[in-house]
Write a protein that binds this ligand. Structure first.
Ligand code: SF4
Length: 584
């Protein structure tokens, strides 16, 4: 144990404990389909097969991974796009029977020698845009899927009732089971399923289970996210990372999937059996050293996570405030990273996969919920990350506790904090102009800074409130624009210009009006305006590294190369966060 860390048995989160009758919950499961497979080792980063599950027919089968597939479609995104290409049609919409939800991994997924290698990719036709959306996400599910025997999971069709898909890498079975009694919201469901499927009633055993879930609001909105769990053996809770963008959690719930569960028999630092372990160790050691030596001077993410960006964005007029009207704000210092550092539980390692020196996945333990169905309960809140804080500054919410509240409910309800924050900021600006009002908003006073009203909107979406505004607001900025225009409320051009979305997806949290490179990047992204495909703002506005039009154009052309540089190009599926240190 590293000096200063907390021993496993010493730490308690102080969270509210739940006493469920898990035997009763499990015994209500009905087995709908099962499949046995031959277990095998991962060889040179590949399990050499993918898993296909059809929820309508109960068909479960393996598909081979060919050498051609590895060569042509290297990495999680490539595998996912290939499998989707083979399965959907030009007419497939997000809620079509044939639409698929995929979770895929790359050849280095699950290695521990290179920081940030626990990522998986999630893909589907998005409800927000009706085009393919991909998101990368941390947590244990991707590596465990590979170690259980599959490079990718392909889910097609729709179940008739709430089910769980269980991949048991210990027994070598895949099953579809009804799950009528479990909770739906993530912070409870992931804990229930982790305990139900752990082989033994020990923390070590729970660590070998990972759950993908969403939440109640995901099934009534287009903002559904996927929560990937990683059991934190020191805190003794399943924590979560999100595949947030594009409504993939909405697709999960539309398929009536309550959760996906994977469990492994064992894993260690070499379970991936990489093709070139010596080179991997060499480049991994170099990255570990750079993170350890440079992060404290460059980003300080090891201490405060991605929230370090708030003060930088504020200083350079890039922090979204009042629906992107301003890029900095007098109250912004109230949400700078030191304010969250005070709230984080410290000294406990915070990586979302083993071997991550960056360990940016910060956490507030024992947070007392202020509103809604869990009011008064003490919970663990993962994050908040920069984008969530930026979503709140966009709504003019400047209190760290309300940001934690927004973060907690978005996560447990299965909602993307970026889409929800950006869309609600738009509704707030419409409210300020009188285009929306209390009556049109079903009683909500959605003015800037009203955190209570923003939370109430989330609760009412989760409760499937039938108010006309609540229904349309849950579908995001694009649909609210159409609704306002159809009703003749507000001048059409103003409404179109004020709602920050493109292709139906809400912008992520950067003010781009002074950064042509970032604006262009948002416009050129495949899935819609999301920074993982186009993060030139730092290079453009903070480092001033691309000052001329030509340089900005070249950067846009080469943005993937420039952003991901050698490491991510050579090692697809790596964590973007660990690459920041090389970009700054
Ligand atoms: S850098 Fe952060 S998000 Fe990336 S793997 Fe490490 S802890 Fe997870």
């Amino acid at each position: 144990m590293v000096e200063g860390q907390i021993a496993i048995e010493e730490y308690r989160t102080g969270n509210t404990e739940h006493h469920w009758d898990l035997k009763k919950i499990k015994s209500a499961h009905k087995l709908l389909a099962t499949y046995s497979y031959k277990k095998g080792e991962v060889n040179k980063g590949y399990a050499n097969r993918t898993l296909y599950v059809n929820l309508s027919t109960g068909v479960i089968q393996e598909k081979p991974v060919t050498d051609e597939m590895k060569k042509k479609f290297t990495g999680g995104r490539g595998f996912g796009l290939k499998l989707l290409w083979d399965s959907i049609k030009p007419t497939t919409r997000w809620n079509s029977e044939e639409n698929e939800l995929l979770i895929t991994t790359g050849p280095l997924c699950g290695t521990t020698q290179y920081a940030g290698s626990g990522k998986s990719l999630c893909l589907s036709v998005s409800p927000s845009t009706n085009i393919i959306c991909d998101c990368n996400v941390g947590g244990f599910f991707g590596p465990y899927l590979k170690f259980a025997g599959f490079d990718a999971l392909e889910l097609q069709g729709k179940a008739k009732e709430d089910i769980v898909v269980v991949i048991d890498g210990e027994k070598g079975t895949v099953s579809i089971e009804t799950a009528p009694l479990e909770e739906i919201n993530t912070h409870l469901l992931s804990e229930q399923l982790t305990q139900i499927y752990a082989t033994e009633n020990t923390y070590k055993s729970r660590q070998k289970v990972s759950v993908v879930s969403s939440g109640l609001a995901a099934q009534h909105s287009y903002w559904g996210c996927l929560n990937f769990s990683f059991y934190d053996i020191r805190r003794k809770v399943p924590r979560i990372k999100q595949a947030g963008r594009g409504g993939l959690g909405t697709v999960l719930r539309d398929k009536k999937i309550k959760a996906l569960v994977v469990k492994v028999e064992r894993f260690d630092g070499v379970s991936n059996h990489p093709a070139d372990p010596v080179s991997l160790a060499k480049v991994g050691t170099k990255l570990h050293r750079e993170i350890r030596n440079l992060d404290r001077y460059q980003c300080n993410m090891r201490a405060v996570g991605t929230g370090h960006l708030v003060e930088i964005m504020d200083a350079y007029d890039l922090l979204p405030t009042e629906n992107y009207r301003f890029g900095s704000f007098p109250k912004a210092s109230k949400i700078y990273s030191p304010k969250f550092y005070e709230l984080f539980t410290k000294i406990i390692p915070d990586g979302c996969w083993h071997g991550c020196t960056m360990a940016c996945a910060k956490t507030v333990d024992g947070y007392t919920v202020m509103t809604g169905p869990y009011k008064g309960e003490k919970v663990t809140v993962d994050g908040p990350e920069y984008e969530t804080i930026g979503a709140c500054s966009n709504m003019s919410i400047w209190d760290p506790l309300w940001i934690l509240e927004f973060n907690f409910y978005c996560d447990t309800y299965g909602i993307d904090t970026i889409s929800a924050g950006t869309a609600i900021a738009f509704y707030m600006e419409m409210y300020e102009y009188g285009i929306l009002n209390k009556e049109r908003c079903n009683g909500l006073e959605l003015c800037f800074g009203n955190a209570d009203a923003a939370l109430e909107l989330l609760h009412r979406i989760a409760q499937d409130d039938t108010g006309e505004f609540i229904k349309v607001a849950a579908k995001g900025a694009r649909r609210v624009k159409d609704w306002l225009i159809q009703n003749g409320w507000g001048e059409k051009q103003l409404v179109e210009d004020t709602g920050m979305e493109s292709k139906g997806l809400e912008f992520s949290e950067y003010v781009t009006k002074e950064s042509l490179a970032m604006q262009g990047g948002y416009g050129l992204t495949l899935k819609g305006p999301q920074h993982d495909e186009a993060w030139l703002i730092f290079m453009d506005m903070v480092n001033n590294a691309i000052p001329t039009f030509q340089m900005k154009a070249e950067a846009l052309l080469n943005q993937r190369t420039m952003q991901r540089r050698q490491s991510l190009r050579r090692f697809p599926n790596m964590c973007k966060t660990t690459s920041y240190i090389r970009m700054q």
